[in-house]
Design a protein around this ligand. Structure first.
Ligand SMILES: Cc1cc2nc3c(=O)[nH]c(=O)nc-3n(C[C@H](O)[C@H](O)[C@H](O)COP(=O)(O)OP(=O)(O)OC[C@H]3O[C@@H](n4cnc5c(N)ncnc54)[C@H](O)[C@@H]3O)c2cc1C
Ligand code: FES
Length: 266
């Protein structure tokens, strides 16, 4: 289990990486040291909102972590106004992240929209471990896709390094394949040992019905609404084959076949 640290974390940089989506680099050495791909931190977002909000660790390097978040409501709008040099109250790392089997060689990652947030950290860790990584990124339109760059130095601006193969899909066809990311999955399954996904619950429900994935090791990160983030309030309970489980403590990463998709309160 990771050691959880609470701290006032200085913002090293804060940029709008893509439309309505922000990349924050935070100084958080204790969390950077402990964090594993798929884990998250809780961030306090102003005085009006009592509950802190969960965000995946997008990257962890040395003394810093990055968060990538989209503005969807009050808390994220407050966060988006914060500037370099200000501090954020955060605690983490929390939850159980993704598990890469040592024997796996080829990994397929599927990101629906802001679901790319935890998958970047996973992709970088997997590449560093010699795995072949393909990422399918799905978004509504091209302007919502994180750009890919051959230069890590542009990391600051919210780019994805080009160490892994990226395949884009957009619902309006403005970039890459026209359609949903899930439609591309069957075309990229050859030699794939494990599949990792992060996106909306509807994406998982579609994947759970795909016959091609029936015998595959598929791990999904559930970004549902949370209360405490620490296993206290039971606001994040879902039904699984192992009974009721808490997304914040037992997850957020679950085996796709373990989740009772139709009877959980999504
Ligand atoms: C483990 C975990 C990791 C996450 N990582 C990221 C991340 O890296 N980047 C990111 O942008 N977001 C992430 N999220 C989602 C993020 O926590 C929410 O978008 C955020 O809490 C919304 O806060 P708000 O105050 O702006 O919205 P609110 O004002 O609370 O809500 C605004 C609207 O958004 C909806 N909403 C709120 N939270 C969620 C949610 N989790 N899923 C679906 N709809 C929601 C509400 O129903 C409401 O309609 C993660 C969630 C979890 C559980
Ligand atoms: S969010 Fe409180 S128990 Fe999970």
């Amino acid at each position: 289990m990771s050691k959880i640290t609470q701290l006032k974390s200085p913002i090293i940089s804060a940029v709008e990486a893509i439309k309505d989506t922000y990349l924050f680099r935070l100084e958080a050495p204790e969390i950077a040291r402990e964090a594993k791909p798929g884990q998250f931190v809780m961030v306090r977002v102003g005085k009006e909102t009592i509950l802190p909000r969960p965000f995946s660790v997008h990257a962890a390097n040395g003394r810093e972590i990055s968060l990538l978040f989209s503005v969807v409501g009050k808390g994220t709008a407050w966060l988006a106004q914060k500037k370099k040099g200000e501090t954020l109250d955060i605690f983490g790392p929390l939850g159980n992240g993704f598990t890469i089997n040592p024997d796996s060689k080829n990994l397929l990652l599927v990101a629906g929209g802001i679901g790319i947030a935890p998958l970047r950290f996973l992709a970088e860790a997997a590449c560093a471990d010699g795995k072949q990584v393909t990422i399918i990124m799905g978004a509504q339109s091209g302007e919502c896709l994180l750009p890919v760059t051959p230069s890590q130095s542009l990391y600051d601006k919210g780019m994805l390094p080009a160490d892994f193969q990226c395949v884009n899909s957009t619902e309006d066809g403005s970039e890459g394949f026209k359609g949903l990311a899930t439609q591309l999955i069957p075309h990229y399954l050859e030699n794939i040992d494990q599949l990792f996904a992060c996106g909306p619950v509807q994406m998982y429900k579609t994947m759970a019905k795909m016959p091609e994935l029936k015998d595959k090791d598929v791990q999904v990160s559930l970004e549902i609404m949370m209360g405490c983030g620490m296993g206290v309030c039971y606001g994040c309970a879902i039904r699984t084959k192992k009974g009721l489980q808490q997304v914040c403590k037992d997850g957020p990463v679950f085996g796709m076949s373990n989740v009772e998709w139709e009877s959980s309160p999504f």
